[in-house]
Design a protein around this ligand. Structure first.
Ligand code: ADP
Ligand code: MG
Length: 258
């Protein structure tokens, strides 16, 4: 049998370029994430981390490069133009990623349970009876089974973010994307969200996590990427990356985070 210690490639981004107007924000980014890996992306504000993440689920489009999720291309460059998948294929690719935002982005007029049921029913066309048991299981998993009938405004930020994670999981994604999921939280509430994320990682969920939580990156990530000015400056396995950063830029950034 071929290579047994490395899993299937779940996400491959090749030579990604993206500009807003004239400003180049991503300048040739390459990323590969295999099944069960947790990629942590760190770097200063404005370095392009959110943009990169948003390109994976087409909240932003790219100018050049390719993005594949498992064996399907979301976008490929042909004759210098970024050509996107379309129709059913694109919907399937996009449905295979789940995203968790800094600002939770729950539907405010829906209960917690309804937030979880919405996409599986509307996007996948499943019946309530087909989704609800799984939704309740996920609420149990994030420690919120007693909050199913609450509205988001009746929950703490940490609870809302755990609902957002459960909501994304309810679509049974292959990859979970997190954009600074704890940055909007009071410090005493970050722990409960990070715990949920650590549990997901331990269950081998494939994850891409933009974060300022260096302890999480060091302990839960399988790979760390440091971005600055639209480039990957340095990357590596967390133990070596944090113990012996090589680039001056990385060292300066890490020093500031302590
Ligand atoms: P990060 O998440 O690392 O802080 P972002 O990806 O949000 O970085 O932003 C990277 C750069 O792109 C920044 O200079 C930011 O001002 C710019 N930018 C982000 N979104 C937009 C947008 N919608 N229009 C114009 N410029 C943008
Ligand atoms: Mg950002």
């Amino acid at each position: 049998m071929a290579n047994t210690n490395k899993g299937e490639v779940m996400l491959k981004m090749t030579d990604i370029y993206k500009a807003y107007e004239e400003v180049e924000v991503l300048k040739g980014i390459d990323i590969e994430v295999r099944r069960g890996e947790v990629l942590a992306i760190i770097g200063p504000s404005g370095s392009g981390k959110s943009t990169l993440l948003r390109c994976i689920n087409k909240l932003e489009t790219i100018d050049k490069g390719s993005i594949a999720i498992k064996d399907k291309f979301l976008v490929q460059t042909q004759d210098g133009e970024a050509v996107y998948a379309s129709g059913k294929e694109e919907r399937e690719i996009l449905a295979s990623t789940g995203m968790v935002f800094q600002q939770f982005n729950l539907f405010p007029h829906m209960t917690v349970l309804e937030n979880l049921l919405e996409a599986p029913m509307q996007v996948k066309g499943l019946k309530r009876s087909e989704v609800e048991p799984y939704a309740r299981e996920l609420l149990e998993k994030v420690g919120l089974s007693d909050r199913a009938d609450y509205y988001p405004s009746q929950l703490s930020g940490g609870q809302q973010q755990r609902v957002a994670i459960a909501r994304a999981l309810c679509m049974k994604p292959d990859i979970m994307l997190f954009d600074e999921p704890t940055s909007a939280l009071d410090p005493e509430l970050t722990g409960e969200v990070l715990k949920t994320m650590r549990e997901l990682a331990a269950e081998h969920m494939t994850m891409v996590v933009v974060t300022h939580e260096m302890a999480f990156a060091r302990e839960a990530a399988s790979h760390v990427i440091f971005m600055a000015d639209g480039n990957i400056v340095e990357e590596g396995e967390p133990a070596a990356f944090f113990a012996e950063p090589k680039e001056e830029r990385t060292k300066a950034f890490l020093q500031n985070m302590l």
